[in-house]
Design a protein around this ligand. Sequence first.
Ligand code: 13P
Length: 254
Amino acid sequence: MTTRRSLIVGNWKMFTAIEDGIALARAISERTSDAEYADIVLCPTYCGLYPIGELLRNTRIAVGGQNMHWETEGPFTGEISARMLLTCGCRYVILGHSERRTHFGETDAVVNKKTLQAIAAGLIPIVCVGETMAQREAGLADRVVETQVREGLSGLSGEQIAGITVAYEPVWAIGTGRVATPELADEIHTRIRNLLAAVSNRETANAVRVLYGGSVKPDNAAALLAKSNIDGVLVGGASLHPDSFTAIVEAARS
Ligand code: 13P
């Protein structure tokens, strides 16, 4: 059986500017210094990336971007490149978050271009997928997620797939307090892994960490993480407080 180390990711979205972010990163770093059982990634706002990247250099915690452009450079006002993320100390980048898809019109084709660029640059993409409530109620959840996985990862070699992370974040669970049950999440994660096996092979699919995101809190994290196909969590609101985030990291211990 493949053992995948738990991966706990904090997505700070557009919260916490520099000073608060540094204090939060420092507190989390101090309080998780013995959490050798899990990998931890913090994804601050852009202005916090460099100082927090410096602060966390040579610690157990990695830093990630929340988004990036698919080109190496160019006249793309307001955008950030993979190389810029790398020079801020990032190892990871979240791609295709539902908030990017909903508010900024990101399509699966865009997510695919970004994923290929992130891999080429040496970043580990965390590719987000997930259905809306309307899609779930219409019985389309599986199909929506399958399309997002297939198109988002189109053109990746088996080796490249082995190096990515996928996050299942049902849109109806994000910021709503309405978490997916561990059973439902595990079922979709199993489908995602089977799909990864179909586009590569079983060994590759078994190497990929599939995270769950959407209202993950200290009181529901352990039950989610106990499921065999839930390899970690992508945390929004609860990652903004050292107490709740470190409690979620602690939930990965067993
Ligand atoms: P919440 O944990 O606030 O629901 O956000 C989840 C999310 O979008 C993480 O990327």
